[in-house]
Design a protein around this ligand. Structure first.
Ligand code: ADP
Length: 497
Protein backbone atom coordinates (compact mmCIF):
# COMPACT_ATOMS: atom_id res chain seq x y z
CA UNK A 1 0.00 0.00 0.00
CA UNK A 2 1.66 3.23 -1.09
CA UNK A 3 2.32 5.64 1.66
CA UNK A 4 1.51 9.31 1.45
CA UNK A 5 3.00 11.67 3.93
CA UNK A 6 0.25 14.03 4.85
CA UNK A 7 -1.91 15.88 7.26
CA UNK A 8 -1.58 14.09 10.62
CA UNK A 9 2.16 14.56 10.56
CA UNK A 10 1.89 18.11 9.47
CA UNK A 11 0.78 19.97 12.49
CA UNK A 12 3.76 22.20 11.98
CA UNK A 13 2.73 23.27 8.53
CA UNK A 14 1.41 26.72 8.91
CA UNK A 15 -2.31 26.24 9.37
CA UNK A 16 -3.46 29.61 8.20
CA UNK A 17 -1.80 29.02 4.91
CA UNK A 18 -3.61 25.82 4.38
CA UNK A 19 -6.92 26.13 2.80
CA UNK A 20 -9.78 23.95 1.83
CA UNK A 21 -8.54 23.36 -1.68
CA UNK A 22 -5.18 21.95 -0.72
CA UNK A 23 -6.71 19.90 2.07
CA UNK A 24 -8.88 18.13 -0.46
CA UNK A 25 -5.76 16.31 -1.56
CA UNK A 26 -5.20 15.13 1.97
CA UNK A 27 -8.51 13.41 1.95
CA UNK A 28 -7.50 11.29 -1.00
CA UNK A 29 -3.82 10.66 -0.41
CA UNK A 30 -3.83 7.51 -2.54
CA UNK A 31 -4.74 9.71 -5.49
CA UNK A 32 -1.28 11.27 -5.52
CA UNK A 33 0.53 8.04 -4.81
CA UNK A 34 -1.13 6.27 -7.67
CA UNK A 35 0.90 8.53 -9.98
CA UNK A 36 4.32 7.14 -10.89
CA UNK A 37 5.55 10.69 -11.51
CA UNK A 38 7.11 12.60 -8.62
CA UNK A 39 4.51 15.19 -7.51
CA UNK A 40 4.71 18.00 -4.98
CA UNK A 41 2.06 20.46 -3.86
CA UNK A 42 2.98 23.83 -2.44
CA UNK A 43 1.01 26.72 -1.12
CA UNK A 44 0.90 30.11 -2.78
CA UNK A 45 4.28 31.13 -1.40
CA UNK A 46 5.92 27.89 -2.44
CA UNK A 47 6.00 26.22 0.97
CA UNK A 48 5.70 22.46 0.64
CA UNK A 49 2.31 21.08 1.54
CA UNK A 50 2.29 17.54 0.26
CA UNK A 51 4.53 15.20 -1.75
CA UNK A 52 4.01 11.69 -3.04
CA UNK A 53 6.26 8.67 -2.56
CA UNK A 54 7.69 8.95 -6.10
CA UNK A 55 8.86 12.48 -5.27
CA UNK A 56 10.47 11.25 -2.05
CA UNK A 57 12.19 8.48 -3.99
CA UNK A 58 13.55 10.92 -6.53
CA UNK A 59 14.76 13.65 -4.20
CA UNK A 60 15.76 11.66 -1.13
CA UNK A 61 13.76 14.05 1.10
CA UNK A 62 10.85 12.87 3.22
CA UNK A 63 7.89 15.07 3.90
CA UNK A 64 9.17 15.46 7.43
CA UNK A 65 12.45 16.86 6.07
CA UNK A 66 10.72 19.50 4.06
CA UNK A 67 8.04 20.62 6.47
CA UNK A 68 7.90 24.37 6.38
CA UNK A 69 10.59 24.47 3.69
CA UNK A 70 10.28 26.25 0.43
CA UNK A 71 10.03 24.74 -3.03
CA UNK A 72 13.35 26.49 -3.89
CA UNK A 73 15.07 23.91 -1.66
CA UNK A 74 15.79 21.76 -4.70
CA UNK A 75 17.06 24.61 -6.86
CA UNK A 76 20.77 25.36 -7.35
CA UNK A 77 22.14 28.56 -5.78
CA UNK A 78 22.50 30.01 -9.23
CA UNK A 79 18.86 29.37 -10.12
CA UNK A 80 17.72 30.73 -6.76
CA UNK A 81 19.76 33.89 -7.39
CA UNK A 82 18.13 34.20 -10.77
CA UNK A 83 14.73 33.83 -9.02
CA UNK A 84 13.79 30.87 -11.16
CA UNK A 85 11.30 29.32 -8.66
CA UNK A 86 9.32 32.59 -8.50
CA UNK A 87 9.50 32.93 -12.28
CA UNK A 88 8.13 29.41 -12.70
CA UNK A 89 5.12 30.15 -10.49
CA UNK A 90 4.56 33.48 -12.20
CA UNK A 91 4.55 31.86 -15.60
CA UNK A 92 2.18 29.12 -14.39
CA UNK A 93 -0.24 31.79 -13.14
CA UNK A 94 -0.01 33.80 -16.36
CA UNK A 95 -0.22 30.91 -18.82
CA UNK A 96 -2.13 28.31 -16.78
CA UNK A 97 0.85 25.96 -16.92
CA UNK A 98 4.62 26.33 -17.00
CA UNK A 99 7.26 23.85 -17.97
CA UNK A 100 10.96 24.45 -17.32
CA UNK A 101 14.16 22.42 -17.11
CA UNK A 102 16.80 22.88 -14.43
CA UNK A 103 19.54 21.12 -12.58
CA UNK A 104 17.89 20.00 -9.33
CA UNK A 105 19.66 19.13 -6.10
CA UNK A 106 18.81 16.01 -4.09
CA UNK A 107 19.07 15.72 -0.31
CA UNK A 108 22.49 14.05 -0.66
CA UNK A 109 23.75 16.96 -2.79
CA UNK A 110 23.73 15.04 -6.07
CA UNK A 111 22.22 16.67 -9.11
CA UNK A 112 19.66 15.55 -11.62
CA UNK A 113 18.25 17.28 -14.66
CA UNK A 114 14.57 17.79 -13.96
CA UNK A 115 11.72 18.90 -16.16
CA UNK A 116 9.12 20.57 -13.93
CA UNK A 117 5.55 21.04 -15.02
CA UNK A 118 3.84 23.50 -12.69
CA UNK A 119 0.08 24.24 -12.60
CA UNK A 120 -1.69 26.68 -10.31
CA UNK A 121 -4.46 25.38 -8.01
CA UNK A 122 -7.54 27.55 -7.40
CA UNK A 123 -10.34 27.52 -4.80
CA UNK A 124 -13.90 27.09 -6.13
CA UNK A 125 -14.19 30.84 -5.80
CA UNK A 126 -11.20 31.32 -8.06
CA UNK A 127 -8.67 32.27 -5.39
CA UNK A 128 -5.10 30.99 -5.93
CA UNK A 129 -4.50 28.22 -3.41
CA UNK A 130 -1.07 26.86 -4.38
CA UNK A 131 0.74 24.91 -7.07
CA UNK A 132 0.99 21.32 -8.15
CA UNK A 133 4.38 20.34 -9.62
CA UNK A 134 5.33 17.25 -11.54
CA UNK A 135 9.06 16.64 -11.77
CA UNK A 136 10.59 14.25 -14.26
CA UNK A 137 14.21 13.12 -14.05
CA UNK A 138 15.54 13.32 -17.62
CA UNK A 139 19.26 13.18 -16.76
CA UNK A 140 19.83 10.00 -18.77
CA UNK A 141 17.90 11.28 -21.77
CA UNK A 142 19.84 14.54 -21.51
CA UNK A 143 23.14 12.67 -21.31
CA UNK A 144 22.32 10.57 -24.35
CA UNK A 145 21.14 13.68 -26.15
CA UNK A 146 24.42 15.41 -25.28
CA UNK A 147 26.43 12.41 -26.52
CA UNK A 148 24.45 12.25 -29.71
CA UNK A 149 24.80 16.02 -30.23
CA UNK A 150 28.53 15.78 -29.58
CA UNK A 151 28.85 12.91 -32.03
CA UNK A 152 26.86 14.82 -34.59
CA UNK A 153 29.08 17.87 -34.05
CA UNK A 154 32.23 15.77 -34.46
CA UNK A 155 30.97 14.07 -37.61
CA UNK A 156 30.01 17.47 -39.00
CA UNK A 157 33.44 18.88 -38.16
CA UNK A 158 35.23 15.92 -39.76
CA UNK A 159 33.08 16.17 -42.87
CA UNK A 160 33.76 19.90 -43.09
CA UNK A 161 37.53 19.54 -42.67
CA UNK A 162 38.07 16.49 -44.85
CA UNK A 163 39.82 17.44 -48.12
CA UNK A 164 37.17 15.69 -50.19
CA UNK A 165 33.82 16.83 -51.54
CA UNK A 166 31.12 15.26 -49.36
CA UNK A 167 27.60 15.20 -50.74
CA UNK A 168 24.50 13.53 -49.31
CA UNK A 169 21.68 12.81 -51.70
CA UNK A 170 18.23 11.57 -50.67
CA UNK A 171 16.33 8.73 -52.33
CA UNK A 172 14.81 11.07 -54.89
CA UNK A 173 18.25 12.27 -55.97
CA UNK A 174 17.99 15.66 -54.23
CA UNK A 175 21.12 16.99 -52.48
CA UNK A 176 20.57 17.36 -48.72
CA UNK A 177 24.10 18.14 -47.50
CA UNK A 178 27.42 19.38 -48.88
CA UNK A 179 30.63 20.21 -47.07
CA UNK A 180 32.90 23.25 -47.56
CA UNK A 181 35.42 21.41 -49.67
CA UNK A 182 32.84 20.75 -52.39
CA UNK A 183 33.01 24.48 -53.07
CA UNK A 184 36.81 24.28 -53.56
CA UNK A 185 36.43 21.52 -56.09
CA UNK A 186 33.42 22.48 -58.16
CA UNK A 187 32.89 26.11 -57.22
CA UNK A 188 29.32 25.47 -56.07
CA UNK A 189 28.57 25.87 -52.36
CA UNK A 190 25.81 24.76 -50.02
CA UNK A 191 23.42 27.48 -51.21
CA UNK A 192 23.83 26.42 -54.88
CA UNK A 193 23.54 22.71 -54.28
CA UNK A 194 21.24 21.81 -51.37
CA UNK A 195 17.72 21.17 -52.64
CA UNK A 196 18.93 20.65 -56.23
CA UNK A 197 19.21 17.38 -58.10
CA UNK A 198 22.79 16.18 -58.42
CA UNK A 199 22.39 15.24 -62.06
CA UNK A 200 21.79 18.93 -62.95
CA UNK A 201 25.55 19.32 -62.59
CA UNK A 202 26.43 16.53 -65.00
CA UNK A 203 26.54 16.36 -68.77
CA UNK A 204 23.46 14.55 -70.21
CA UNK A 205 25.45 11.39 -71.01
CA UNK A 206 27.02 11.29 -67.56
CA UNK A 207 23.65 12.04 -65.94
CA UNK A 208 22.21 8.87 -67.49
CA UNK A 209 25.23 6.88 -66.30
CA UNK A 210 24.90 8.39 -62.84
CA UNK A 211 21.18 7.57 -62.54
CA UNK A 212 21.73 3.93 -63.58
CA UNK A 213 24.67 3.57 -61.23
CA UNK A 214 22.82 5.10 -58.28
CA UNK A 215 19.83 2.86 -58.83
CA UNK A 216 22.09 -0.20 -58.65
CA UNK A 217 23.88 1.10 -55.54
CA UNK A 218 20.58 1.79 -53.73
CA UNK A 219 19.18 -1.59 -54.73
CA UNK A 220 22.29 -3.36 -53.43
CA UNK A 221 22.02 -1.38 -50.21
CA UNK A 222 25.46 -2.15 -48.83
CA UNK A 223 29.15 -1.94 -49.70
CA UNK A 224 30.64 0.95 -51.57
CA UNK A 225 30.67 1.99 -55.15
CA UNK A 226 33.60 3.79 -56.73
CA UNK A 227 33.31 5.57 -60.04
CA UNK A 228 34.82 8.58 -61.74
CA UNK A 229 32.53 11.07 -63.40
CA UNK A 230 33.14 14.45 -65.05
CA UNK A 231 31.34 17.30 -63.25
CA UNK A 232 30.74 20.79 -64.62
CA UNK A 233 32.12 23.47 -62.25
CA UNK A 234 30.54 26.89 -61.69
CA UNK A 235 33.02 28.42 -64.14
CA UNK A 236 31.95 25.92 -66.80
CA UNK A 237 35.15 23.86 -66.60
CA UNK A 238 34.79 20.05 -66.58
CA UNK A 239 36.56 18.33 -63.67
CA UNK A 240 36.97 14.61 -63.24
CA UNK A 241 35.83 13.55 -59.77
CA UNK A 242 36.30 10.03 -58.39
CA UNK A 243 33.27 9.33 -56.16
CA UNK A 244 33.11 6.73 -53.43
CA UNK A 245 29.45 6.21 -52.61
CA UNK A 246 27.84 4.39 -49.69
CA UNK A 247 24.14 3.90 -48.97
CA UNK A 248 22.61 5.59 -45.90
CA UNK A 249 19.85 3.88 -43.93
CA UNK A 250 17.01 5.17 -41.76
CA UNK A 251 16.24 3.89 -38.25
CA UNK A 252 14.22 1.00 -39.72
CA UNK A 253 17.15 -0.06 -41.87
CA UNK A 254 15.63 1.09 -45.16
CA UNK A 255 17.89 2.81 -47.70
CA UNK A 256 17.29 6.54 -47.28
CA UNK A 257 19.87 8.00 -49.65
CA UNK A 258 23.56 8.05 -50.43
CA UNK A 259 26.71 9.68 -49.12
CA UNK A 260 29.37 10.33 -51.73
CA UNK A 261 32.94 11.44 -51.17
CA UNK A 262 34.58 12.94 -54.21
CA UNK A 263 38.26 13.39 -54.99
CA UNK A 264 39.34 15.67 -57.78
CA UNK A 265 41.48 13.49 -60.02
CA UNK A 266 41.67 15.89 -62.98
CA UNK A 267 45.30 16.85 -62.32
CA UNK A 268 46.31 13.26 -61.54
CA UNK A 269 44.80 12.08 -64.80
CA UNK A 270 46.63 14.82 -66.70
CA UNK A 271 49.92 13.78 -65.08
CA UNK A 272 49.16 10.13 -65.87
CA UNK A 273 48.59 11.03 -69.50
CA UNK A 274 51.86 12.99 -69.60
CA UNK A 275 53.71 10.08 -68.01
CA UNK A 276 52.22 7.59 -70.46
CA UNK A 277 53.13 9.86 -73.38
CA UNK A 278 56.67 10.17 -72.03
CA UNK A 279 56.98 6.39 -71.57
CA UNK A 280 55.76 5.83 -75.08
CA UNK A 281 58.19 8.32 -76.67
CA UNK A 282 61.14 7.29 -74.46
CA UNK A 283 60.70 3.56 -75.07
CA UNK A 284 60.32 4.05 -78.82
CA UNK A 285 63.44 6.22 -78.93
CA UNK A 286 65.45 3.74 -76.81
CA UNK A 287 64.35 0.81 -78.93
CA UNK A 288 66.27 1.98 -82.01
CA UNK A 289 69.79 2.14 -80.50
CA UNK A 290 69.21 -1.14 -78.62
CA UNK A 291 68.22 -2.91 -81.82
CA UNK A 292 71.33 -1.51 -83.48
CA UNK A 293 73.54 -2.72 -80.61
CA UNK A 294 71.96 -6.20 -80.83
CA UNK A 295 72.60 -6.33 -84.57
CA UNK A 296 76.18 -5.19 -84.08
CA UNK A 297 76.66 -7.87 -81.43
CA UNK A 298 75.37 -10.48 -83.89
CA UNK A 299 77.82 -9.23 -86.50
CA UNK A 300 80.76 -9.19 -84.08
CA UNK A 301 79.93 -12.69 -82.90
CA UNK A 302 79.69 -14.00 -86.45
CA UNK A 303 82.81 -12.18 -87.70
CA UNK A 304 85.04 -13.06 -84.79
CA UNK A 305 83.33 -16.23 -83.62
CA UNK A 306 86.49 -18.24 -83.17
CA UNK A 307 88.21 -15.45 -81.35
CA UNK A 308 85.31 -14.58 -79.06
CA UNK A 309 83.72 -17.93 -78.30
CA UNK A 310 85.34 -18.07 -74.95
CA UNK A 311 85.12 -14.38 -74.15
CA UNK A 312 82.84 -14.11 -71.18
CA UNK A 313 82.53 -10.32 -71.45
CA UNK A 314 80.75 -10.63 -74.77
CA UNK A 315 78.23 -13.04 -73.28
CA UNK A 316 77.67 -10.68 -70.36
CA UNK A 317 77.26 -7.76 -72.75
CA UNK A 318 74.59 -9.66 -74.68
CA UNK A 319 72.77 -10.56 -71.46
CA UNK A 320 72.77 -6.94 -70.27
CA UNK A 321 71.54 -5.73 -73.66
CA UNK A 322 68.75 -8.31 -73.54
CA UNK A 323 67.77 -7.16 -70.08
CA UNK A 324 67.73 -3.56 -71.26
CA UNK A 325 65.59 -4.68 -74.16
CA UNK A 326 63.13 -6.42 -71.78
CA UNK A 327 62.83 -3.29 -69.66
CA UNK A 328 62.17 -1.15 -72.70
CA UNK A 329 59.57 -3.66 -73.90
CA UNK A 330 57.82 -3.38 -70.52
CA UNK A 331 57.86 0.41 -70.76
CA UNK A 332 56.41 0.22 -74.23
CA UNK A 333 53.76 -2.28 -73.14
CA UNK A 334 52.66 -0.17 -70.21
CA UNK A 335 52.17 2.86 -72.43
CA UNK A 336 50.20 0.64 -74.81
CA UNK A 337 48.04 -0.71 -71.98
CA UNK A 338 47.31 2.80 -70.75
CA UNK A 339 46.39 4.13 -74.15
CA UNK A 340 44.34 1.01 -74.92
CA UNK A 341 46.73 0.09 -77.75
CA UNK A 342 47.87 -3.31 -76.49
CA UNK A 343 46.71 -5.00 -79.65
CA UNK A 344 46.26 -8.78 -79.92
CA UNK A 345 46.19 -11.17 -82.82
CA UNK A 346 44.11 -14.16 -81.83
CA UNK A 347 44.55 -17.67 -83.19
CA UNK A 348 44.40 -21.23 -81.84
CA UNK A 349 47.30 -21.71 -79.44
CA UNK A 350 48.54 -24.98 -78.04
CA UNK A 351 49.35 -23.96 -74.49
CA UNK A 352 51.15 -27.23 -73.83
CA UNK A 353 53.60 -26.69 -76.69
CA UNK A 354 54.01 -23.04 -75.73
CA UNK A 355 54.91 -23.92 -72.14
CA UNK A 356 57.50 -26.46 -73.27
CA UNK A 357 59.03 -23.85 -75.56
CA UNK A 358 59.17 -21.27 -72.76
CA UNK A 359 60.69 -23.76 -70.31
CA UNK A 360 63.36 -24.62 -72.84
CA UNK A 361 64.24 -20.97 -73.32
CA UNK A 362 64.32 -20.43 -69.57
CA UNK A 363 66.72 -23.28 -68.84
CA UNK A 364 69.68 -20.96 -69.33
CA UNK A 365 68.34 -18.49 -66.75
CA UNK A 366 67.20 -21.23 -64.35
CA UNK A 367 70.78 -22.23 -63.59
CA UNK A 368 70.75 -25.10 -61.13
CA UNK A 369 67.01 -24.85 -60.52
CA UNK A 370 64.94 -27.69 -61.97
CA UNK A 371 61.71 -26.87 -63.80
CA UNK A 372 59.14 -29.72 -63.72
CA UNK A 373 56.18 -29.74 -66.04
CA UNK A 374 52.93 -31.72 -65.79
CA UNK A 375 50.61 -31.27 -68.74
CA UNK A 376 46.87 -31.80 -69.20
CA UNK A 377 45.52 -33.72 -72.20
CA UNK A 378 44.07 -31.03 -74.41
CA UNK A 379 45.33 -27.52 -74.02
CA UNK A 380 44.06 -25.52 -76.97
CA UNK A 381 43.07 -21.95 -76.32
CA UNK A 382 42.15 -18.99 -78.47
CA UNK A 383 44.70 -16.28 -77.88
CA UNK A 384 47.67 -14.22 -78.91
CA UNK A 385 50.60 -16.67 -78.83
CA UNK A 386 53.23 -13.94 -78.38
CA UNK A 387 51.35 -12.34 -75.50
CA UNK A 388 50.65 -15.67 -73.78
CA UNK A 389 54.31 -16.51 -74.12
CA UNK A 390 55.08 -13.16 -72.49
CA UNK A 391 52.81 -14.03 -69.53
CA UNK A 392 54.33 -17.50 -69.06
CA UNK A 393 57.86 -16.11 -69.38
CA UNK A 394 57.11 -13.46 -66.78
CA UNK A 395 55.72 -16.02 -64.30
CA UNK A 396 58.64 -18.39 -64.80
CA UNK A 397 61.19 -15.56 -64.63
CA UNK A 398 59.72 -14.46 -61.30
CA UNK A 399 59.61 -18.03 -59.98
CA UNK A 400 63.30 -18.35 -60.77
CA UNK A 401 64.23 -14.81 -59.70
CA UNK A 402 62.54 -15.12 -56.31
CA UNK A 403 63.65 -18.61 -55.34
CA UNK A 404 67.06 -19.95 -54.26
CA UNK A 405 69.55 -21.79 -56.45
CA UNK A 406 68.99 -25.54 -56.59
CA UNK A 407 65.31 -25.22 -55.75
CA UNK A 408 62.52 -26.61 -57.90
CA UNK A 409 59.85 -24.88 -59.94
CA UNK A 410 56.68 -26.73 -60.90
CA UNK A 411 54.52 -25.90 -63.88
CA UNK A 412 51.22 -27.69 -64.21
CA UNK A 413 48.36 -27.42 -66.67
CA UNK A 414 44.84 -28.49 -65.77
CA UNK A 415 41.57 -28.59 -67.66
CA UNK A 416 38.80 -27.14 -65.50
CA UNK A 417 35.40 -27.29 -67.17
CA UNK A 418 35.67 -24.88 -70.08
CA UNK A 419 38.97 -23.37 -68.95
CA UNK A 420 42.64 -24.20 -69.04
CA UNK A 421 44.48 -23.31 -65.86
CA UNK A 422 48.27 -23.07 -65.69
CA UNK A 423 50.00 -23.11 -62.29
CA UNK A 424 53.56 -21.91 -61.72
CA UNK A 425 54.74 -22.94 -58.25
CA UNK A 426 58.02 -22.11 -56.56
CA UNK A 427 59.56 -22.68 -53.13
CA UNK A 428 61.07 -19.25 -53.00
CA UNK A 429 60.88 -16.23 -50.73
CA UNK A 430 57.08 -15.97 -50.91
CA UNK A 431 55.08 -12.77 -50.44
CA UNK A 432 53.90 -11.33 -47.10
CA UNK A 433 50.13 -11.61 -46.56
CA UNK A 434 49.56 -7.84 -46.46
CA UNK A 435 51.36 -7.33 -49.78
CA UNK A 436 50.06 -10.20 -51.84
CA UNK A 437 47.01 -8.28 -53.09
CA UNK A 438 49.24 -5.55 -54.53
CA UNK A 439 51.60 -7.55 -56.72
CA UNK A 440 49.39 -6.88 -59.77
CA UNK A 441 49.50 -3.12 -59.19
CA UNK A 442 51.52 -0.91 -61.50
CA UNK A 443 55.13 -0.33 -60.37
CA UNK A 444 54.63 -2.48 -57.27
CA UNK A 445 57.58 -4.36 -55.84
CA UNK A 446 57.42 -6.20 -52.53
CA UNK A 447 61.09 -5.49 -51.88
CA UNK A 448 63.71 -3.88 -54.01
CA UNK A 449 66.48 -6.18 -52.75
CA UNK A 450 68.63 -5.94 -55.80
CA UNK A 451 66.24 -7.90 -58.05
CA UNK A 452 66.02 -5.84 -61.18
CA UNK A 453 62.65 -4.93 -62.60
CA UNK A 454 60.07 -2.20 -62.73
CA UNK A 455 57.25 -3.93 -60.90
CA UNK A 456 55.30 -3.82 -64.16
CA UNK A 457 55.48 -7.41 -65.37
CA UNK A 458 52.52 -8.80 -63.41
CA UNK A 459 50.41 -5.72 -64.12
CA UNK A 460 50.96 -6.21 -67.85
CA UNK A 461 50.24 -9.95 -67.47
CA UNK A 462 46.93 -9.10 -65.81
CA UNK A 463 45.99 -6.76 -68.67
CA UNK A 464 46.90 -9.43 -71.23
CA UNK A 465 44.81 -12.02 -69.38
CA UNK A 466 41.84 -9.64 -69.26
CA UNK A 467 41.98 -9.28 -73.02
CA UNK A 468 41.87 -13.08 -73.23
CA UNK A 469 38.72 -13.16 -71.02
CA UNK A 470 40.99 -14.89 -68.55
CA UNK A 471 42.40 -14.13 -65.15
CA UNK A 472 45.58 -14.30 -63.11
CA UNK A 473 45.87 -14.90 -59.38
CA UNK A 474 48.39 -15.78 -56.71
CA UNK A 475 48.56 -17.75 -53.48
CA UNK A 476 51.66 -17.26 -51.43
CA UNK A 477 53.14 -17.97 -48.05
CA UNK A 478 55.93 -15.73 -46.88
CA UNK A 479 59.19 -17.65 -46.65
CA UNK A 480 57.68 -20.77 -48.21
CA UNK A 481 56.87 -19.94 -51.81
CA UNK A 482 54.25 -18.78 -54.26
CA UNK A 483 51.85 -20.25 -56.78
CA UNK A 484 50.74 -18.02 -59.61
CA UNK A 485 47.96 -19.26 -61.85
CA UNK A 486 46.41 -18.11 -65.08
CA UNK A 487 43.00 -19.23 -66.25
CA UNK A 488 41.94 -18.92 -69.86
CA UNK A 489 38.86 -20.19 -71.78
CA UNK A 490 39.67 -23.25 -73.84
CA UNK A 491 39.43 -22.94 -77.63
CA UNK A 492 36.09 -24.79 -77.77
CA UNK A 493 34.42 -22.49 -75.25
CA UNK A 494 36.07 -19.36 -76.72
CA UNK A 495 34.45 -20.25 -80.07
CA UNK A 496 30.98 -20.18 -78.51
CA UNK A 497 31.46 -16.61 -77.24
P1 ADP B 1 59.31 -7.23 -61.16
O1 ADP B 1 59.81 -6.78 -62.47
O2 ADP B 1 59.68 -6.34 -60.03
O3 ADP B 1 59.57 -8.67 -60.89
P2 ADP B 1 56.52 -8.04 -61.34
O4 ADP B 1 55.32 -7.21 -61.68
O5 ADP B 1 56.79 -9.21 -62.20
O6 ADP B 1 57.74 -7.02 -61.30
O7 ADP B 1 56.35 -8.52 -59.84
C1 ADP B 1 55.95 -7.59 -58.86
C2 ADP B 1 56.52 -7.96 -57.51
O8 ADP B 1 55.90 -9.14 -57.03
C3 ADP B 1 57.99 -8.29 -57.55
O9 ADP B 1 58.78 -7.14 -57.41
C4 ADP B 1 58.15 -9.24 -56.38
O10 ADP B 1 58.36 -8.51 -55.20
C5 ADP B 1 56.80 -9.93 -56.29
N1 ADP B 1 56.83 -11.28 -56.89
C6 ADP B 1 56.45 -11.64 -58.13
N2 ADP B 1 56.58 -12.96 -58.32
C7 ADP B 1 57.05 -13.47 -57.17
C8 ADP B 1 57.40 -14.78 -56.73
N3 ADP B 1 57.27 -15.85 -57.53
N4 ADP B 1 57.86 -14.92 -55.47
C9 ADP B 1 57.98 -13.86 -54.65
N5 ADP B 1 57.67 -12.59 -55.01
C10 ADP B 1 57.22 -12.39 -56.25
Amino acid sequence: MPRTRSAPEQKNLSAPQRNATLEQYLRFPHLLNSFPEPISITDVKGTFFLVNTAWEGLTGYTLKDIQGKNFSLLFSHQDIRKKRPQMLFQKAIEEGKAEEEYWRVRKDGSYFWGVITCCPLYTPKGRLAGFINITRDVTETKRLEAISLENERRVHEILQRIPLAVIMVDKEGVITYVNHYTFHIIGFGEEDLVGKRFLEFLTPVEARRYVARRRTVLKRGKGQDIFAIPVRTKSGEIRKIAWTTVVLHDALGNASGTLSMGEDITRREQLDEQRTAFLSVASHELRTPITTIQLLLDTIEKKYSTLFTKVNELRLLRREVERLNDLITEMLDISRVETGKLSMTFSKVDIDALIQEVIEKMQFMAGKRVIHYTSAKRCLVKGDAKRLEQVLTNLLTNAIKYSPDQSEVFVETKQRQSRIVVFVRDHGIGIPKNKVDHVFDRFYQVTSNGKQGFGLGLYICQQIMKQHHGSISVKSEFGKGSTFSISIPSAASAKKK
